[in-house]
Design a binder for this molecule. Sequence first.
Ligand code: CO8
Length: 257
Amino acid sequence: MEYQSIQMSREGAIGRIQLYRPKVLNALNTGLISELVQALEAFDRDSTIRCILLTGGNRVFAAGADIGEMATATSAELMLSNQFADWDRLRRIKKPIVAAVVGYALGGGCELAMACDMIVAAENARFGQPEIDLGIIPGAGGTQRLTRAVGKARAMEIVLTGSPITAQEALHVGLVNRVVPVENVELEAMKLCQQIASKAPAAVQLAKESVLKSFDTTIADGLDYEQKLFYLLFSTEDQKEGMNAFVEKRKPHFQGK
Ligand code: CO8
């Protein structure tokens, strides 16, 4: 499939997607989001892919939703075009997604990074929700995922002032996993992907599902859910392989079965 606004490639078991609208700092128009979701779903269906890396390249992650596209929209047009349907598909991706963020991750760009499972940030990364300066609020999870990630006080400040935070602050408040020099971001994100890709795929997917479940359930229901997924993994060959390898003092060789 030919894409206009993203680039898709693979390195072994890692699927790589790069946002690619360099002239507008990877502004997320509906075409880009639609292509991104199609690419993610293709990797999700591909049994040889075990982890996905999402990058904006070595200058910027994404400066938000495409303001030009939204500027003259009416409430009815936005509602009836149901543009968040693609964003909803994004959160159904089962394989882990690691975002490699260089430069700005603003508005929808920050929301996209937060919709990923982990974030490796460059020292120059800036995370922010500047929608308030446009007379709107975040619409793709900024008030929800950010608050869960960094707590009410910080989220309120970021959303109400529109001021971005630095990569170091993002690390301090738990929004990102690690901060590395710009030139190492993709390498470090790739290493993280490779580490995950070496694990048993079913365990990885259910681990992701179970962690995400904790965001929208009570602790009691979440614990029940986790137990069911735990039982389920004992029907996989990879569970036998993992435990046999431990007993036999060798490295496990997971086959995704
Ligand atoms: N949309 C459209 N074009 C953009 C965007 C954007 N979000 N950001 C930058 N561009 C364009 C600029 O217009 C400019 O184009 P041109 O060269 O034709 O003038 C080009 O990219 C380069 O940008 P700048 O010259 O402004 O670059 P600077 O380095 O001076 O500044 C900034 C970089 C600070 C990132 C600045 O571009 C900026 O403030 N951008 C807008 C950031 C913003 O407000 N983002 C939030 C958008 S709203 C949003 O994301 C809502 C999400 C809702 C969910 C999604 C629903 C689909």
